[in-house]
Design a protein around this ligand. Structure first.
Ligand code: DX5
Ligand code: ZN
Length: 219
């Protein structure tokens, strides 16, 4: 069985101490860095852009998992590849030519991900699931950290897992939003492979220990 992964979201880190927080993740049991890019158009918030990702990449010693919450992401695929990004995820709702977008991401040597907003059914991936490396199931409405987990996510993960198996796809299931130690195990039992955690990690007293605890819960 695929090893279960934890990806701390730097959105909840201390931006005035980014290097310190990145080193913490480097030294921890975490598997990936989850980086949230927001444009103030696709979502009602702006996070950080390429210069910040470039600065993060200099220190990060684990794969960069970039989640684009932006319109027309095709414009920046090459840019993120040059920054050393490993996984690039676009939103289903932002891509009228999703198949082409995924091929463009892969042709730059990155893993290609598709994120689904809470209202977007997994059945819409039926004809594209074999071309996807990672599906991010949004368990909050994208745009902000620290929101509460949407309970319908469990059923969605189960449906997605069934679709992946039926279509013999290798796609991994990543959950993003409101993840904590109360829902982590249940998400993995439903079929999740990767858990993103922002506030739960960075707002805790001991982030290194929190990451360790999450990993133990889902091992
Ligand atoms: C939300 C982002 C998430 C966010 C998760 O739009 O995609 O990655 O950082 O934060 P928490 O874990 O605090 O819900
Ligand atoms: Zn995210």
């Amino acid at each position: 069985m695929q090893k279960k992964l934890v990806a701390p979201s730097l959105l909840a880190s201390d931006f005035a101490n980014l290097q310190r927080d990145i080193e913490m993740v480097n030294q921890s049991d975490a598997d990936w860095f989850h980086l949230d890019i927001m444009d103030g158009v696709f979502v009602p918030n702006i996070s950080f852009g390429m210069p910040v990702v470039q600065a993060m990449a200099k220190h990060a010693q684990k794969p960069l998992d970039v989640h684009l919450m932006i319109v027309d992401p095709d414009r920046y695929i090459k840019t993120f590849a040059k920054l050393g990004v490993h996984h690039l995820t676009v939103h289903y709702e932002a891509c009228p030519h999703l198949h082409r977008t995924l091929q463009a991401i892969k042709s730059e040597g990155m893993k290609a991900g598709v994120a689904l907003n809470p209202h977007t059914p997994v059945s819409l991936l039926e004809d594209i699931i074999q071309d996807i490396d990672i599906v991010i199931v949004m368990s909050v409405n994208p745009g902000f950290g620290g929101q509460s987990f949407i309970e319908n996510t469990y059923q969605k993960v189960k449906d997605l897992k069934a679709l992946i198996e039926r279509k013999k796809s290798n796609a991994l299931i990543e959950i993003d939003g409101g993840v904590n130690d109360a829902n982590a195990k249940k998400l993995v039992d439903a079929g999740a492979d990767i858990l993103v955690a922002g506030s739960f990690v960075f707002k805790s007293d001991n982030p290194t220990q929190t990451i360790k605890g999450l990993k133990e819960k889902i091992a």
